[in-house]
Design a protein around this ligand. Structure first.
Ligand code: AP5
Length: 227
């Protein structure tokens, strides 16, 4: 953290198609503002790795590029929202993804007198997302994300955050599955842009800009709601 730590509960949603930069930016917002990144993709991948019933049900859906059922995702999310570390706010990365999830989130937050402070749509061109995703890799030890061209490691294969050397590529990061994920985004998630616009919490950021420029825009928006 760099001294921008917030003192009130703040809930931010990052919306955007696969490859838009939700995970990359959520991690940086977490560091800067002391908010907690909550990625339903990460929670589901952990459920798959654990071999739980929810994980078994989610695995094939994730590999096909479709959306996991609202029931499974909401159960996993509610469980995580009960943890102490998320009490002062979260950056939701990859959730909500359907109108039913957005409505359930509103209800959940209402129970504790909270709201969504900002829903930020990362605006990108679909065609560029296949390239972004197929070049992505992640440190298996700390989860830091990289890209072959846009965010390479200084020393090949060595994580700049933790020094780990176990770099991972996701099973659903192939061109065919990415196209299915993009279709799912436009059919089921893009309508949430209007949902949050109507609630008055929507902001749009040009996420075709460089990682640093997108970060600067997001820092400004989050500083505006935390200050
Ligand atoms: P999830 O893990 O959420 O994946 P996703 O939404 O498809 O998003 P990605 O993680 O692929 O992209 P990102 O926007 O985080 O991009 P990143 O920052 O890594 O979900 C996976 C699956 O789980 C779903 O398909 C679904 O099956 C299931 N699921 C998850 N949540 C669900 C829910 N709520 N309901 C139902 N099912 C759910 O960036 C990508 C790459 O680009 C990186 O290498 C990065 O370095 C690079 N990059 C980032 N920004 C830039 C930039 N500005 N310029 C150049 N390169 C950049």
């Amino acid at each position: 953290m760099d001294g921008s730590t917030i003192t009130k509960t703040v809930n931010v949603i990052l919306l955007g198609p696969p490859g838009a930069g939700k995970g990359t930016q959520a991690r940086m917002l977490e560091e800067k503002f002391g908010l907690v990144q909550l990625s339903t993709g990460d929670l589901l991948r952990a459920a798959v790795a654990s071999g739980s019933e929810a994980g078994k049900a989610a695995k094939a859906v994730m590999e096909s590029g479709g959306l996991v059922s609202d029931e499974i995702v909401l159960a996993i999310l509610k469980d995580r929202l009960g943890d102490d570390d998320v009490k002062s706010g979260v950056i939701l990365d990859g959730f909500p993804r359907t109108t039913a999830q957005a409505e359930a989130l509103d209800e959940l937050l209402k129970e504790t007198g909270q709201t969504i402070d900002a829903a930020i749509s990362l605006e990108v061109d679909d065609e560029a997302m296949v390239g972004r995703i197929s070049g992505r890799f992640t440190c298996g030890a700390c989860g830091e994300g990289y890209h072959d061209d846009f965010k390479p490691t200084a020393v090949a294969g060595v994580c700049e955050k933790c020094g780990g050397t176990d770099m991972k590529r996701r099973a659903d990061d192939n061109a065919e599955t990415v196209r299915e994920r993009l279709k799912a985004y436009h059919a089921q998630t893009a309508p949430l842009i209007t949902y949050y616009e109507q609630q008055g919490s929507l902001s749009k950021v040009d996420a075709m800009a460089s990682i640093d420029d997108v970060k600067a825009s997001l820092d400004g928006l989050v500083a505006g709601i935390t200050g």
